[in-house]
Ligand binder design. Structure first.
Ligand code: KG4
Ligand code: ZN
Length: 356
């Protein structure tokens, strides 16, 4: 089975061809035949992703990006089994570009179209390389989302907790901008934090020890803003201290809520040992977070699985892989999910498409 994946939900224009055998025994992985990603730099001078600029850039780059993966793999559309496209959540302009392109390709080629939920693609990405069995506990941390979920199958998710205001990636980006760091913001904040003292600035943590599994990052972000405005960091060392203090606090909050979710998961699935914990989404590329989660999992008796860095941030490999997972689960490789060439939600893009 070979699936073409297309991802255009934010500021990465990406296409990939992923293959796997049909059986899917114990979540056997996939093989990336070709992978192309265009990270839009057009947004850099605005300090954040501008939706209309993103949509125009996707329209410009998508066709050559898809062409490139077919060339790389030395394949044509005749060789593929399905076209899997991110249909939401995300920025509507980019989603429409990807969905319409995928549908046009589907009509022209006669290959089935599958609409993929971007969050499901993040949630399943780990299984491309590791036979991580269901159910597993997932910390999904990206620029638009911060959730704790139980992944029961490729199409079934239970929400344990979510952010009540900002996503953690958004907080990383905003703090990086306050510190005048370069694009891409999250990775530069991590780099800057490496040189700093994480204890330099005491910052507030939300919901520590709370019974629920929800997050809140608005208070932390505002506290950094107040400190930066009151006393703008002058030297690289002062910036690094603030970056390190913010990162330490954000990670402490993610770990505290994850610990609560681990207790709940053990209560909900007592027999599903060994317990597995997966971190996915752009912020899961953060080395300090990965390290902290390693310690947390060891403490709570969970195995930690994190996708490789390039699979954490947005990419079309995970979209193709989610398409494969859904096809395997539906047991109908010839027509795609929903039984028709078009999956029900595939008829349009959904900026707020929920996972649960
Ligand atoms: O999953 P993703 O690529 O896009 C969304 O679906 O939102 O996540 C992007 C987010 C951005 O906020 C970015 O700053 C953050 O992930 N990010 C990081 C790192 N790499 C990406 N945050 C902290 N440390 C990183 N190394
Ligand atoms: Zn994402």
């Amino acid at each position: 089975m070979i699936v073409l994946g297309i991802e255009t939900s934010c500021d990465e224009t990406s296409a990939a061809l992923v293959a796997c055998d049909d059986s899917g025994e114990s979540g056997a992985g996939g093989e990336v035949l070709a992978d192309a990603l265009w990270s839009q730099r057009e947004h850099q001078r605005w300090g954040g992703v501008v939706p209309e600029v993103a949509a125009r850039a996707h329209a410009h780059y998508l066709a050559p990006t898809v062409q490139r993966v077919f060339q790389q793999a030395n394949l044509s559309w005749r060789d593929i089994d399905c076209i899997a496209v991110t249909a939401g959540p995300g920025l509507i302009g980019g989603l429409v570009v990807g969905v319409c392109y995928g549908q046009a390709l589907s009509i022209a080629s006669g290959k089935p179209f599958m609409a993929v939920n971007h969050l499901a693609a993040h949630a399943l990405s780990v299984r491309l390389n590791v036979p991580c069995r269901f159910p597993y506990l997932l910390l999904l941390v990206s620029g638009g989302h911060c959730q704790l979920l139980c992944v029961e199958s490729a199409g079934s998710f239970r929400l344990y907790g979510t952010t009540r205001d900002d996503a953690v990636g958004e907080a990383f980006d905003k703090v990086a901008r306050m510190l005048d760091l370069d694009w891409p913001l999250g990775p530069h904040l991590e780099m800057c934090a490496r040189e700093g003292n994480p204890e330099a600035y005491p910052l507030p943590q939300a919901f520590v020890g709370a019974q629920h599994c929800d997050f809140s990052f608005a208070g932390l972000k505002s506290a950094v803003r107040r400190k930066v405005e009151a006393q703008p960091p002058q030297t690289d060392k002062e910036k690094a201290d603030m970056a390190a203090s913010f990162q330490r606090t954000a990670i402490a909050m993610l770990c505290d809520r994850s610990a609560r979710a681990m207790e709940r998961f053990q209560r909900d699935y007592p027999s599903k040992q060994p317990y597995r914990f997966v971190a996915a989404g752009g912020v899961a590329a953060n080395g300090a977070l990965r390290q902290a989660l390693g310690g947390l999992c060891a403490e709570h008796g969970f195995q930690l699985h994190v996708p490789p860095m390039e699979l954490c941030t947005d990419n079309a490999v995970m979209v193709a892989w989610a398409g494969i997972e859904r096809m395997r689960e539906s047991g109908d490789n010839s027509r795609g999910v929903g039984g028709s060439p078009f999956d029900a939600i595939g008829l349009s893009a959904h900026p707020r498409l929920p996972l649960v």
